[in-house]
Design a protein around this ligand. Structure first.
Ligand SMILES: [Zn+2]
Length: 139
């Protein structure tokens, strides 16, 4: 069963739902085993070791889909912030937030939704304008 947790976006602070499992659990593997056992009898009408190939394929597909579902649930629907991408490459995460907010400006379905509360960046006069550790959002 998918466990859904409530979380807050690390960038804009809006609430969102995140899937708690990033990999298949033992119950999922048991269900895949039962399904491959059933498919073995449907396809070959007897015990056959080729059912292991079905099990491996179904487990692989299930693992990929579970990880993809978890990964997509981490992205904020409000501002488009992706914390996994931010850990790897913060400039790419900033570009993704910019692109999401530009797309949001043009999308007529988001006109009535409230804008995300973006953090205000305080720049001291005379300080360097671009830093690698901060998101440079100038919209
Ligand atoms: Zn957000």
């Amino acid at each position: 069963m998918a466990r859904i947790q409530k979380a807050l976006c690390a960038f804009c602070g809006s609430s969102m739902k995140v899937y708690g499992h990033r990999h298949l659990g033992p119950v999922n593997f048991l269900m895949i085993g039962i399904l491959s056992f059933y498919l073995m009898f449907v396809v070959w009408d007897d015990f056959d070791l080729r059912a292991l190939a079905i099990f491996v394929c179904l487990a692989f597909i299930g693992e990929v889909l579970t990880h993809l579902r978890w990964r997509l649930s981490l992205q904020c629907k409000s501002c488009g912030f992706d914390p996994v991408l931010y850990k790897k490459n913060n400039e790419a995460a900033a570009q993704k937030v910019k692109a999401h907010l530009e797309h949001r400006k043009m999308d007529p379905t988001s006109f009535l939704r409230p804008m995300p509360k973006l953090p205000v960046r305080k720049v001291k006069p005379g300080a360097e304008k671009s830093s690698k550790n901060t998101l440079n959002l100038q919209i």
